[in-house]
Design a protein around this ligand. Sequence first.
Ligand code: SF4
Length: 486
Amino acid sequence: MSATFVGMPAFPSAARTALGNTQLRHNLAHATGVIRAKRAAVVGEVENWEELRLAGAAVKERALRSLDAHLVQLEESLTARGAVVHWARDAAEANRIVVDLARAREIDEVVKVKSMVTQEIGLNEALEASGIAAWETDLAELIVQLGGDLPSHILVPAIHRNRAEIREIFTRRMGEVGRPAPDDLTDEPAVLAGAAREHLREKFLRARMAVSGANFAVADSGTLVVVESEGNGRMCLTLPEVLVSIVGIEKVVPTWAELDPLLRLLPRSSTGERMNPYTSTWTGVVPDDGPQEVHVVLLDNGRTRALGDPTGRQALRCIRCSACLNVCPVYERTGGHAYGSVYPGPIGAILNPLLRGTGDPQTDSLPYASTLCGACFEACPVRIDIPEVLVHLRAEVVDAHRADRLPKPEALAFRGAAWAFGHAQRLDRTEWLSSLAGRLLRRRGRTSLGRLPGPGAAWTDARDLPAPPTETFRAWWRRTDGGERP
Ligand code: SF4
């Protein structure tokens, strides 16, 4: 049975557990550090990188502004070229379409190209529940699947695993689901990749149906695009008789020419490569060449909800490069599982609440999973202002809890501050009291408030809380006449 994110705790509690795992932190620090350095080197080679970012953002923005028209055009183009288009409002509808397609053809196993959207809708679990085996063919996804594990990174789903762990998973699990790992398997990357290649090959050759996502869907030509590094995608997209692609509606790009900046931004931002090793494009059905049945499921699953949010809609520009994850100080320490979703890191912290809506404790905790340092915005190839959206979503979460009978301590603190700051005299009294407390503490030789009682302890356990100053700014101003006189 596959693992799922359902029932994951809110971010603070999941992050605390993750922080206790030193092996995980070591794996993450190493892997994100390597990817960061590679990305910085290849991005530094492009003189007009900022212009390219602006161009990429503009293409996606243009697509989103007239999404309805582009989607209709995409459907027409796909249909004209022999593909069958299905529309799915949510995960359940999309899963039902894929299951029905497989059942109608008596297919009991499918091979899969790495795809975030199929993880988002829990397709593997839905297929499994209907007696259809779904085999992940991307190396990292295979590791996650065989390990009964969950992905923790958009690009490198098994980033939390090291080589020794992968060797152990292959040795233990491969034989149970197909060709076993060789007896002399070592933890050398090339040897592990070789074992995966042998294991997957029989599945590629046997499967009659493949399932993919798409990085882009070109409206004017009806072309779907998948970029990948291992060649497994190319095998899935060309060998089976039936190809089903599940495509989030935000993947639409109006014209073929507009792919240009996006295909230049994506590899440098994601794998730190100048171009993708494999860029597969296909347009409907070509007689006697590749799959003879092509189905495209256009999926909403919360995207129109996100589109309706004037600040949050920019998240739909995301091209899933994962650059924001690799530069995020929070992600580097907690890893992806703490976010409780297939979309972890800074983009996950905004995309999950936007797709699902706020109101659930787990989702509501995500906009706070950030220091707001802004590194994600700097790294994002399509200029998504993630900090802006995080602050916007925090406000939404706070607003949603305003009517709670028992306000949170934070809300009480802010109410107190609003009361004090709301009137000059009240502020004066509060400052006088605070400087009195500062003088008393210092008389006792204390420069800090130490550990606060109750919920305040959560704050002081991780931070120093200095004693209040003995003189307020306004008292100093009055005494010195603004610093003019000593
Ligand atoms: S938000 Fe930007 S940096 Fe993050 S995955 Fe999406 S495109 Fe990449």
